[in-house]
Design a protein around this ligand. Structure first.
Ligand code: FES
Length: 245
C-alpha cells in the first residue's frame, strides 16, 4: 500500500448518479484487478473506498456512484484538482482458477472492477462473458467498453428497458461458463450463490473504515475463521464464504 497525491485528469458523469474519474500518479502498488483505493475528502473523517476499474503505468480509472455528501463532493471536483489516496488496498481477483470460459457478473456500481478483470482474462486467452445487471436503461454504463475489449455482453434490467427483464440470476441459466467472478449488492451475490453451477469469487463492498486492517470495522466470519474484508478480501472464494441468513 502507498499513500500519494493524484491529479484528476477527468471527472465526468457517465450514467445516472455514476461518475468516471481518471487520475494520474503512481500505480506501482496496484497488482491485480479488484483492488481498491481509499480517498481522503476534505471535511470527512473517513476516507471513501472505491474499487479500481482500470490502471496502467501512468494512472488509474475509478467509477463511483454518488451516494452521500462525500461522493457528491468528489463528483464536483474539476480536472487539475489533487487528491490524497491510499493505493493498492486489498487482494484482488485470482485469474488462475477461471479455466477457459469465465463469467463476470456485475450489479450496478459493482461493475467497474470487472472491467480490469475482463482485460486480464482476455489477455490470458480466456473466452470472457459479462453479465451486467441494472435497474433501468439510464443506469447502464461500461457495456460498450466490455464489447470493445472483445467480451460477450448480456444485460438485465429490473424494469425490462434493456436486455432481459429481471435480475442477473434470470439470465445466468442461459449462459455456459467454467467459473465466475462477481461484484455487486449483497442480495444479488446471495442469489448468485444459490443458483451458480460452478465455484467463483465474490467481491464484498462492505463499508470500510481504515481500509488497511487497523480498525477491525470490516471483520466477517468465514469457513477458515474471522477475516477482514479490507485486507483478506475484498475478494473471497465461494468455498470460504459463510452466507448469513
Ligand atoms: Fe479497518 Fe478493515 S476497514 S480493519
Amino acid at each position: 500500500m502507498t499513500e500519494g497525491k493524484y491529479e484528476i485528469i477527468e471527472n465526468t458523469k457517465i450514467a445516472a448518479d455514476v461518475f468516471k474519474m481518471h487520475l494520474s500518479g503512481d500505480t506501482s502498488a496496484l497488482t491485480r484487478p479488484g483492488q481498491f483505493v481509499n480517498i481522503k475528502i476534505t471535511g470527512y473523517f473517513l476516507r471513501r473506498p472505491i474499487s479500481v476499474c482500470d490502471y496502467d503505468g501512468t494512472g488509474m480509472t475509478l467509477i463511483y456512484k454518488t451516494v452521500g455528501g462525500g461522493t457528491e463532493k468528489l463528483s464536483e471536483m474539476p480536472a487539475g484538482h489533487t487528491l490524497d489516496l491510499l493505493v493498492g488496498l486489498g487482494n484482488g481477483y485470482d485469474t488462475s482458477r477461471s479455466s477457459s470460459a469465465p463469467l463476470l457478473i456485475g450489479g450496478g456500481v459493482g461493475v467497474p472492477p470487472l472491467y480490469g478483470l475482463a482485460k486480464l482474462l482476455l489477455s490470458e486467452g480466456k473466452k470472457v462473458t459479462v453479465l451486467l445487471g441494472f435497474n433501468r436503461k439510464e443506469e447502464i454504463f461500461l457495456d460498450d467498453d466490455f464489447r470493445k475489449l472483445g467480451a460477450e455482453v448480456h444485460i438485465t434490467t429490473a424494469d425490462g428497458s434493456v436486455g432481459t427483464k429481471g435480475f442477473v440470476t434470470d439470465a445466468m441459466n442461459g449462459i455456459s461458463y467454467t467459473y465466475f467472478y462477481t461484484c455487486g449488492p449483497m442480495p444479488m451475490m446471495r442469489a448468485i450463490a444459490k443458483c451458480a453451477k460452478t465455484q467463483g469469487q465474490y467481491s464484498f463492498e462492505e463499508r470500510m473504515g481504515c481500509g488497511f486492517g487497523a480498525c477491525m470495522g470490516c471483520s466477517c466470519k468465514t469457513m477458515f475463521g474471522t477475516k477482514k474484508v479490507c485486507t483478506d478480501g475484498p475478494v473471497f472464494e465461494s468455498e470460504e464464504i459463510i452466507w448469513q441468513t
